[in-house]
Design a protein around this ligand. Structure first.
Ligand code: ATP
Length: 368
């Protein structure tokens, strides 16, 4: 096992495509870190840098204390699992798993032991003679894992390894992979664009954004899933983590005696916000307020802040998402990256998560 450190890493393609800039973070020995972010944010490039498949334009990569920046992929003691599994169709499961070891001229008996051990761990022992074409998607995915495991690498690199599976299998494999990682204790860097996958699997999650301006870094925040959710460092992270996404409202913060309230831009609707010293410092200023969908409550009409018709309600069984619009200038895409809650014509669309018992009829007004 080893720790893996990105130290001021940058990657420019050609003259001027800055894909990665100023990325620094450390994955501890045995830790599972997920890279997540929208398309083009540089996830795959960072993984390929770790694998030694891309040369750096700046910075260093360390494994434990050793600088491996100049080392080729074969000298890095890593194993990679790809999205398409890259299995050899004409080889059996056994041969697929043994292939890399044979290439290293490992003794036959040792190969056999390692392959059978990994097959046992992955519940593949019954399928060792089959060709990949005669396996289910989930089994193929496990063979790809097996091929990485037999090498006992210091570090696993995984590029969207579950994205070719159907939704149900993906959820199942998510927990299997996580359990496997806990059992093996191998340092893992895992790429996905799916924030639910990131949140459920990562010991820590690194949220990336495409480079927009000079001097920026792709890395917005790296922390545990709960901290990302509760204390996002940027509006981008706030908007990216959570489903449905956080609501953003333009408002002005005002003092009300000891208390602090937000007055929504355009509508004047008012609600209390926690009067922490940090927030109080913004009194009298225009701000953007973020409200998680589950922070809304259905209340008595005279206490409601929002009492708008609900054109769309999605009843999911355990809870219901209700959408409504208010006449407040929306927070634009440019402010938060991709997932803005906005509608046309200067209105903002909000979403609240409420108990299923309160699912409204179409266009009913719900006091929130
Ligand atoms: P996706 O989720 O769509 O796979 P990603 O987050 O993995 O995206 P990367 O593939 O790492 O993103 O790409 C980051 C940026 O670098 C993108 O703007 C991409 O167009 C650019 N890029 C990647 N590879 C090359 C290349 N070989 N030549 C030029 N530009 C590249």
């Amino acid at each position: 096992m080893a720790s893996l450190t990105f130290d001021g890493v940058g990657k420019t393609f050609g003259e001027n495509v800055v894909a990665i800039a100023n990325v620094s973070f450390k994955i501890d020995d045995g830790e599972f870190v997920v890279l997540v972010g929208p398309s083009g944010c540089g996830k795959s490039t960072l993984l390929r840098i770790a694998a030694g498949l891309e040369e750096l334009s700046g910075g260093r990569l360390l494994m434990d204390e050793a600088d491996v920046t100049a080392r080729g992929p074969e000298d890095r003691d890593i194993a990679m699992v790809f999205q398409n599994y890259a299995l050899y169709p004409h080889m059996s499961v056994y041969e697929n798993m043994a292939f890399g070891l044979r290439q290293r001229k490992m003794p036959k008996a040792e190969i056999d032991r390692l392959v059978r051990e990994a097959a046992e761990m992955l519940d593949l022992s019954r399928y060792l003679d089959r060709k990949p074409g005669a396996l289910s998607g989930g089994q193929r995915q496990r063979v790809a894992m097996g091929r990485a495991i037999v090498r006992h690498p210091a570090c696993f690199l995984m590029d969207e390894p579950l994205s070719n599976l159907d939704a149900k299998l993906r959820v199942q494999m998510r927990s299997e992979l996580k359990l496997l990682n806990q059992r093996l204790g191998v340092t893992t860097l895992y790429v996905t664009h799916d924030q639910v996958e990131a949140m459920t699997m990562g010991d820590r999650v690194a949220v990336l954004q495409p480079i927009g301006h000079a001097g920026e870094s792709n890395l917005q925040q790296i922390d545990t899933p709960q901290v990302l959710y509760d204390r996002p460092a940027t509006m981008f992270v706030a908007g990216f983590i959570g489903s449905p996404a956080m609501n953003f409202l333009r408002a002005e913060l005002r003092r009300d005696g000891e208390a602090l309230e937000a007055s929504v831009a355009g509508t004047g609707q008012r609600f209390r916000v926690p009067a922490t010293p940090a927030l109080a410092a913004y009194a009298g200023r225009a701000v953007v307020v973020g409200i998680r969908p589950e922070a809304f409550e259905v209340t008595a009409p005279e206490e409601a802040v929002f009492h708008e018709p609900i054109p769309v309600a999605e009843a999911l069984g355990a809870d219901t998402f209700v959408f409504f619009d208010i006449d407040s200038p929306p927070v634009g895409i440019a402010d938060i990256g991709e997932e803005a809650n906005l509608t046309a014509k200067g209105r903002s669309r909000l979403v609240a998560r409420i108990p299923p018992a309160r699912t409204p009829r179409a266009n009913e007004r719900l006091p929130l």
